[in-house]
Design a protein around this ligand. Structure first.
Ligand code: NAD
Ligand code: ZN
Ligand code: ZN
Length: 340
């Protein structure tokens, strides 16, 4: 089977021929059909973050495909089932986070495409308990971006506690942002979409944003304040200044939800404004299995649209470059089923 492998940080990925991986106890082998290119995979391939993966590794945590082989002890999945293999590849199931519905905070978790090989491959392994069944009416190419971009932004809106009639600012209309806009609309909010490219702002408006702010031309905080300030700001742009900009546009009592993870990112939070305004800053990381099940259910019900561009595995390096330069409409999905 073919896999795109990070051999060294910052180097182009290498397409390698590898033996099919053998599922261990509790695992399944998945024949990958589609695999989304999340900006996190680029951070992984560049070794951007303090906790780094160990090359050689296969990135990808939006892999969707058909179960092909069951490891010992797997009884709830069958060969031919379509599953999604998310970032949360495995969690312990016993710690305080796991047992309180916050498995995404488990300190022992193993992350797909980071702590174990991921979905930029024709075949991959998954822990059966964390491989999420995909409803029949949801295609593999739609399911792939929902598996990280979808679940992460859906969860971020839950963390923000968004309610109808609130103003939600979505900063960064990329893979994550194009879905964040839609979940905020599903929640009944008024949505401000912020980006630095005209095409992304147009897409946001098409997907339901009530107004858009071009951060190249306008002071984001000032514009949001003209609308009374945002009840919640979802920071998805891979840019430190963009975090500070939306934070300055919160209304009193508002919440900044940090989701993007720029390399070595820090922001200055003004103490006076935060205290007097009673605002808060909170981080949000992916979502649980239940969150992903809800994301798939919403999509199956026709409530969301996934904007994707499919490309072959061999385009992986060019695809990464296009994401880095903002040349992708929303999400690139590697099409592993092509030619089968
Ligand atoms: P992306 O590259 O598809 O989207 C980023 C968007 O931000 C682009 O549309 C870009 O034009 C826009 N942007 C750039 N500079 C901006 C600025 N100054 N103001 C406003 N917009 C700006 O990336 P993505 O796949 O959507 O991922 C976004 C980030 O989220 C990455 O850092 C990724 O690692 C992170 N992420 C976090 C989680 C989590 O669980 N917290 C999960 C997935 C991804
Ligand atoms: Zn991701
Ligand atoms: Zn745990």
């Amino acid at each position: 089977m073919k896999a795109a492998v990070v051999r060294a940080f910052g180097e182009p990925l290498v397409i390698e021929e590898r033996p099919d991986p053998e599922p261990g106890p509790g695992q399944v082998r998945v024949r990958v059909e589609a695999s989304g290119v999340c900006h996190t995979d680029i951070h992984a391939a560049h070794g951007d973050w303090p906790v780094k993966p160990t090359p050689p590794f296969v990135p990808g945590h939006e892999g969707v495909g058909l179960v092909e082989k069951l490891g010992d002890g797997v009884t709830h999945l069958e060969a031919g089932d379509r599953v999604a293999v998310p970032w949360l590849g495995w969690a312990c199931g016993r710690c305080e986070h796991c047992v309180s519905g916050w498995e995404t905070l488990c300190e022992q978790q193993i992350n797909t495409g980071y702590g174990c090989d991921g979905g930029y491959a024709e075949k991959m392994l998954a822990w059966a308990d964390f491989a999420q069944p995909v409803p029949q009416s949801v295609s593999a190419v739609d399911a792939a971006p929902l598996t990280c971009a979808g679940v992460t932004t859906y969860k971020a809106l839950k963390v923000a506690g968004v309610r109808p009639a609130q103003l939600v600012a979505v900063s960064g209309i990329g893979g994550l942002g194009h879905l964040a806009v839609q979940y905020a609309k599903v929640a009944g909010a008024q949505v401000a979409a912020i980006d630095v490219t005209g095409e992304k702002l147009e897409l946001a408006a098409e997907l339901g944003a009530d107004f858009v702010i071009d951060a190249r031309k306008h002071d984001v905080g000032e514009v949001l304040k003209q609308y009374g300030g945002a009840h919640a700001a979802i920071a998805l742009a891979v840019n430190e200044e963009a975090f500070a900009a939306v934070n300055s546009g919160l209304r009193r009592g508002g919440k900044l939800v940090m989701v993007a993870v720029p390399a070595h990112g820090t922001i200055k939070v003004p103490i006076f404004d935060t205290v007097l305004g009673g605002t808060s800053v909170v981080g949000s990381v992916v979502g649980t299995r239940q969150d992903l099940a809800e994301v798939f259910r919403l999509h199956a019900a026709g409530r969301t649209r996934v904007i994707h561009e499919t490309r072959p595995l061999s385009s992986v390096n060019e695809s990464i470059d296009d994401v880095l330069h903002g040349r992708v409409k929303a999400r690139i999905v590697l099409d592993l089923a092509a030619g089968r």
